[in-house]
Design a protein around this ligand. Structure first.
Ligand SMILES: [Mg+2]
Length: 379
């Protein structure tokens, strides 16, 4: 018998926009940026939104393939649905595109559940522990120019003026250049600003160890993805033989992908991405596993306001590690690099104020997707 929250429709949306100025991280140039949103609707007319991290043209067909498994199911049964979807493709998709597609569906189901009950997602998760979070600014990518330190320092000035207190520098341009760039960037921003570095696994363990020791005096908060995500032993070497805390996890998937990272303490800081690791349901499990092992969790965030809102609801319930009167609360990653789709997608954008971002308080994810933007950026 069909109930009010019976799933009636599952539609993937592929959105794409050209960038005015291309930019690179250590693995590729971005000339366009896109998003894959999933719209799930119920018999009683509730719409839930989710988002996948991976290439939109690849995650959308997986959602379309999974959609018949969802039609007629109770949207409130998100745990059961997660298991059904994962188990159906377990033999072929334990990580990557498949889990990213499941992530988008799971986020949409949490949005529906919150809307059906009239509660924000963080209250369904048992929160909030906090109603706003401090954000750090992601950006500082490479451009098709030669004066790298000059434009990065200018970008830093903009972020500091906006109220950010911590910045994340992209590296992975060659060891000698990275060392010089890191030292120059630290000198440019001064000693008081928090500095994180992220090479997107551009190094092997010996190079990462050399880098970490060379920039030891730069007071770096974490060294993100020093080596490829498959190289757990490399992570352990980097952790043991250079002084900067090691972060990673944006390319790990589901509880099983994080199990070895956590059990072997391969990183100091775990960075599951809600739009990749399996959604809100799975990130909560990963965060709880990390808590049992005394590890920090700072979710990776890279996408539109849908992924950002989902991340904020999780940040409202991720425990302080360790708890205390003066805890180190988890940080929000806020991507400040150009993304025309992200900037136009929400009717009311999620905006930092003084470097802090409020957890949405409306039902579900607490956001509204602008249909005109969906139409404008449809690929
Ligand atoms: Mg990263």
């Amino acid at each position: 018998m069909a109930g009010a929250t019976t799933i009636r429709g599952v539609v993937p949306h592929v959105l794409m926009a050209d960038l005015a100025e291309p930019f690179a991280y250590s693995q590729a140039w971005y000339r366009r940026r896109g998003a894959m949103l999933v719209e799930v609707t119920t018999e009683d007319g509730i719409t839930g939104w989710g988002e996948a991290f991976g290439p939109p043209e690849l995650t959308a067909p997986v959602v379309a393939w999974l959609a018949p498994l969802l039609l007629g199911q109770d949207a409130m049964a998100r745990e059961a649905i997660w298991q059904t979807l994962y188990n159906r493709l377990r033999d072929h998709g334990q990580r990557g595109i498949v889990v990213e597609a499941i992530s988008a569906i799971d986020i949409a189901l949490w949005d529906i559940a919150g809307k059906a009950l009239g509660l924000p997602v963080h209250r369904l998760l048992g929160g909030p522990l906090r109603t706003e979070v401090e954000a750090y600014a992601t950006g500082f990518y490479r451009r098709e120019r030669d004066d790298h330190l000059a434009y990065l320092a200018e970008e830093a000035g903009q972020r500091l003026a906006e109220g950010f207190r911590t910045l994340k520098l992209k590296t992975g341009w060659g060891l000698a250049e990275d060392i010089a760039l890191t030292r120059g960037f630290r000198a440019a921003i001064g000693p008081e600003v928090g500095l994180l570095v992220d090479c997107n696994h551009a190094y092997d363990a010996p190079a990462a160890i050399a880098y970490g020791n060379a920039v030891a005096a730069c007071d770096i908060g974490w060294f993100e993805e020093p080596v490829p995500p498959e190289d757990i032993d490399g992570y352990l070497e980097v952790k043991a033989r250079q002084p900067i805390p090691v972060a990673g996890g944006e390319a790990c998937f589901a509880r099983w992908g994080f199990r070895d990272m956590i059990a072997r303490r391969a990183a100091d800081i775990l960075q599951p991405d809600v739009a990749a690791c399996g959604g809100i349901s799975e990130l909560k499990k990963i965060a709880d596993m990390a808590s049992a092992f005394g590890m920090r969790v700072n979710p990776h965030v890279w996408g539109t306001g849908v992924a950002l809102a989902a991340s904020l609801h999780l940040l409202a319930v991720i425990p302080d590690n360790p708890p205390g009167l003066f805890p180190r609360a988890p940080l929000l990653e806020l991507d400040r690099s150009p993304h025309p789709v992200r900037d136009a997608l929400l009717e009311a954008p999620i905006i930092p104020r003084g470097g802090r971002v409020a957890v949405p308080q409306g039902p579900g994810l607490g956001i509204a997707v602008d249909r005109a933007a969906l139409a404008r950026f449809r690929a």
